[in-house]
Design a protein around this ligand. Sequence first.
Ligand code: URA
Length: 280
Amino acid sequence: MQKDIFDRIIVFFEGIRQQTGEYLYFEEMPEQFEATAVPKVQKTEERTIKKAPIEAIKIEESKIVEIKQPQPVIATPTLLDEKVAPDWQQAKSLDELLNKIKDCQKCPLGITRTKFVFGEGNPNADIMVIGEAPGADEDLQGLPFVGRAGQLLTKILESVGFRRQDVFIGNINKCRPPGNRVPSKNEVEACEPFLLKQIELIKPKFILALGLTAANTLMKSNYKMGDIRGKLFNYNGIQTLVTYHPAALLRNPNWKKPVWEDMKLLRKLYDEYIEKTKKE
Ligand code: URA
């Protein structure tokens, strides 16, 4: 079976799994199919179906039924069509990029979302703020960080003299995971290239990653917050800081102080950058 058809079938069943639970969904293709050229399905943290101990079961040769390759599933064009313009990577502006990707159906979140949340702000921002994924309010309005956590983010930015409209605010994932769950590995992998393209177009001098999903996705790591906040990272030449996600701050006000320190550090680094560029 062609790889792309296989991938699209996986997306189709992912959608069904989200709506019906695990019963209709297999974690991996049965081993018979793995012997073909079909690639192994990536695991996601949330699926935990264990393999049956097949080695332990002895069956007489004559009783073994040969399982044939399944026939391709004919699904509706909407579910099979990724709806992303094939040349999206050639987009020359954020508006063009948005137009090319806004109908994306590359992962099951495309089926469950209300609106695609591309991000908003200054297309030439020096600072890019990156969160995890839209929540309920963002999903309804199509805008990032407009709910309670978003209002707090606006205040946090203003506390050190940054206006929301001067930075660019985006997310790792452009569509809301149902129930605000953490996006799965497959969903992040499907969406992250769009964020990388946004970074390429905006060319920020600083990134502020909000929370561990944003930080660890960007840095391809598995850090804990205590290991990384307050430190400066070089992300492809962009000075990158990590702080607590404002939603976490709403749950735990003790983190206000570290966030305040992180924001002061960002302000200091930004002022130094402005001073330096004035001299050049
Ligand atoms: N949380 C996020 O990570 N992003 C949003 O846009 C809203 C809430």
